[in-house]
Design a protein around this ligand. Structure first.
Ligand code: SAH
Length: 369
């Protein structure tokens, strides 16, 4: 007897169109195409971006038939929560989301006394294959749409606004593209999402572009393109080694764009945007944490000018099965001291949420449940 073939893998495909995928002009056109007056696009945008609402039942200023039609066409549910884990007395929340095709991604909300930062995913999986990063081990499943990125933001902003996060009602102030994926490999959707984040309601959430950080392995043409967008977002370059031999191993795309080429692009980014660039450096014991590498890094940065860059070392978060571990604290201190002695502003990045696998490089959604 043959088994019926009832099992089919989830279809990995394009998510439905969403208001958050659209520019204000496109949103007006989409609403008009539904037979609604164009001004309804602004009403819908006010609900979504200002009130953080996607439930048509709450949109009582709209005629019932219009709001159902518009919500069905422009506010399809894109993310459903699978699980939320908290750490740091509730100040860190990691959410695992299921997308329309069953693919899973994560985002992490980190609340501090003076700000609340959301770390978003820009892709399901990642194609960059950095060996120390959990997402890098999965390979790329697919790009997220702008709507799927923006929905991570709206849901976090809503939870904060409604007082659902420890510490009472608050606002989402910062956005970092440091979740799953390489944001500059999904350029169009990431840029559209950033525009929705920064434009004021009803076209976006109205958060300062200065509070957005795009982190990249160093896709040089995309860095140059980003510099020309007229958006003063912060660029973070995942360097992790100042020499091509080692960086080629840690960040494989280095064989395409070398350390010097990536640093030159970072410097150009600063010149165009006047935004100080961050250099990310995961400190891996006996791998990249040598004093001479701190000195070489400082030299390469200083060769390109002063005051344009700062370094964010982060102790490696060991991923399951990894042979690597974080640097010894004394070695880390020496590495930082050498950079500072050379005049490079350097701050160790904190590792919020490491106990819920919510810290950098640990975002690896489990197999389909
Ligand atoms: N693709 C982007 C975003 C990745 S996540 C990029 O590479 O920049 C953001 C940062 O976390 C990157 O600097 C990445 O190299 C770093 N990271 C990844 N895995 C890590 C780990 N296990 N420990 C510490 N940092 C890690």
């Amino acid at each position: 007897m043959s088994l019926p073939l009832t099992f089919t893998a989830p279809r990995r495909g394009k998510p439905p169109r969403h208001l958050a995928d659209l520019s204000p002009e496109e949103a007006a056109e989409a609403v008009a195409a539904l037979g609604e007056p164009a001004f309804r696009a602004r009403q819908l945008g006010t609900h979504y971006f200002r009130h953080l609402e996607a439930d048509p039942a709450t949109m009582t200023d709209l005629p019932a038939s219009s709001r159902d039609r518009m919500a069905e066409a422009l506010l399809p549910p894109l993310l459903s929560p699978v699980r939320a884990l908290t750490a740091d007395q509730g100040a860190t929340v990691k959410t695992l989301w299921r997308l329309h095709d069953g693919v899973k991604v994560e985002s992490v909300l980190m609340r501090y006394p003076d700000r609340a930062t959301l770390c978003v995913s820009s892709q399901a999986g990642c194609g960059m294959a950095c060996p120390f990063c959990a997402t890098g081990q999965q390979g790329l499943t697919r790009n997220l749409s702008a709507g799927e990125i923006v929905e991570q933001v709206r849901q976090a902003a809503r939870a904060l606004d409604r007082g659902e996060v420890a510490g009472g009602p608050g606002r989402l102030t910062n956005l970092v593209f440091m979740g799953m994926g390489e944001p500059l490999a999904n350029y169009k959707a990431v840029l559209a999402a950033v525009r929705r984040f920064v434009q004021p309601p009803p076209d976006g959430f109205g958060v300062s572009a200065r509070n957005v950080t795009v982190s990249t392995v160093g896709l040089v043409p995309a860095i140059d393109k980003l510099a020309g967008e007229g958006l003063p977002v912060t660029l973070a370059l995942s360097l992790h080694a100042p020499d091509d031999d080692l960086r080629g191993e840690l960040v494989p795309i280095n064989t395409r764009w070398s350390v010097d080429e990536a640093l030159d692009a970072a410097r150009r980014y600063f010149e165009t945007t006047k935004r100080r660039v961050s250099i990310e450096y995961a400190l891996i014991r006996d791998m990249n944490d040598h004093a001479w590498r701190a000195d070489l890094l400082a030299r390469k940065l200083n060769d390109r000018g002063r005051g344009w860059v700062h370094v964010n070392p982060i102790p490696l978060n060991p991923t399951p099965g990894s042979i690597w571990t974080a640097s010894d604290p004394a070695v880390e201190a020496e590495f930082v001291a050498r950079l500072r002695m050379a005049g490079i502003p350097t701050t160790i990045r904190d590792t919020r949420g490491s106990d819920i696998d919510g810290a950098c490089g640990q975002l690896a959604a489990e197999e389909a449940s």
